[in-house]
Design a protein around this ligand. Sequence first.
Ligand SMILES: Cc1cc2nc3c(=O)[nH]c(=O)nc-3n(C[C@H](O)[C@H](O)[C@H](O)COP(=O)(O)OP(=O)(O)OC[C@H]3O[C@@H](n4cnc5c(N)ncnc54)[C@H](O)[C@@H]3O)c2cc1C
Ligand code: FES
Ligand code: FES
Length: 493
Amino acid sequence: MTVDTRNTIRFLLNHRPVELSSVSPVQTLLDFLRLDRNLRGTKEGCAEGDCGACTVLVGRLLDGRLKYETVNACIRFVGSLDGCHVVTVDCLATSGGPLHPVQQAMVDTHASQCGFCTPGFVMSLYGLWMENPKPSVTEIEKALQGNLCRCTGYAAIIRAAEAISTIGDLGRDPLVLEREAIGQKLAALKDGKRVVIGEGAERFVLPATVDDLAEIYEAEPAARIVAGSTDVGLWVTKLMRNISPVVHLGHLDELRRITVDEAGITLGAGVSYTESFPVITGHFPQLTELWNRIGGEQVRNMGTIGGNIANGSPIGDTPPALIALGASVVLRKGKQQRIVPLESFFIEYGKQDRHPGEFVEAVRIPFLNENARYAVYKITKRLDEDISAVCGAFHLTFDANGKVAGAVIAYGGMAGTPKRAENAEAALNGAEWNEATIEAAMDALGADYTPLTDWRASADYRLLVAKNLLRRFYLETQGAEPVRLDRKIKLAV
Ligand SMILES: Cc1cc2nc3c(=O)[nH]c(=O)nc-3n(C[C@H](O)[C@H](O)[C@H](O)COP(=O)(O)OP(=O)(O)OC[C@H]3O[C@@H](n4cnc5c(N)ncnc54)[C@H](O)[C@@H]3O)c2cc1C
Ligand code: FES
Ligand code: FES
């Protein structure tokens, strides 16, 4: 296959076009802004996607529509911005001019003390305001899950979020007024070419199509595929790993496709958590809390389902939930596709059923039967933006007599891979759905797992939690009020 190639990265930065013919495959957007462009408004707090001090907006065209999303500049690679519009806090107000309504709201409500976190909060609130000018407190809290403030506290910041529309008119915001013009500029940057920056091992490649990706990756299986870089970014900023050459999925709209048919939902591997939220929670409302508690908004905007699966982490959140649903993963190498059940994709810690040169193309998720009961519970040390200590997913069907006809139970955090609880399932299958059966299944979990002790949780705690989650699932099927974690803070403070 012959594909036209371009050797520059082109994007818009605030009001200016940028064209780079030389950029390290792992240069972060944050370093580029602060060190190369002297745009110091965007701060570095953690350099691992956690604190939100580096939040910027990235606008991109998807199906012809320009959409801005918050991202963590500290773990986003510059090369991934080809064809995008990067908006930083530095362009919100002109020197000597009025503050932007979001900034003014922060001032009016005394929402900043030391100010280190403030640019990040401003950008997160700006992103929220553009999508939703009159957000509820719950919506504000969701938008701010990925922003940490150690001194002001959140009540004043939430009041700022509520005040923005009383200060400014979204219809007169520059990004709204210039939307069409910016969209046209971005469309002009989309030339459908393969982008290659650098040479030899120090290369950053943006394949033009999925077929192009398949060809590139088959020929060079040692290259590192990068999607949202919410895992890989940390290997660079924290572990100083050299991950070049990089093959980035950012141009592959085909991998962002979501299809729904009678069989279920097919998510392209490049679909982000944010993009999948409406369809996933529309068909599986039981997954709403889990999806809302994966990372913060910036991580959900960047991170992909394909990345969560391919990374193979034992504490990734989607694998247990999707294994319990009977999902399968579509793998592609060259022109060949193969489909494997998600549960058998994870072989052992750090090892997945993926051949050299093979990538994750999609995940297929079947719908639940009418009489099925399904639930997923995530247990973490703190409510927001925390990785699971244990994640339990439960999917049961019942026969006409109310006996268990089929049990699929999967846990994350209990073994070296996301793993089914075969002994507990055996204790349930064919049994009456009652207290005695649940006790037996809880006991059987001890034979299913020998969890580790680490800084997230001890082995004993993990096993106890796993058992109690199974009991919780049982109690909820018996009409017990589901436990909902109340995140509302008291604004009167
Ligand atoms: C602050 C923070 C909070 C987080 N919170 C959570 C959380 O609550 N729950 C959770 O589960 N995870 C969490 N994560 C981890 C991360 O967001 C997810 O694992 C995410 O889904 C990874 O997707 P990505 O697109 O960013 O992958 P990347 O980082 O781009 O890649 C991850 C791995 O997958 C490979 N890969 C990516 N796409 C493909 C593909 N299509 N085919 C083959 N290989 C591929 C890469 O080569 C790499 O090995 C968090 C991360 C951060 C930084
Ligand atoms: S610097 Fe903390 S999220 Fe980027
Ligand atoms: S104002 Fe100091 S960290 Fe938020």
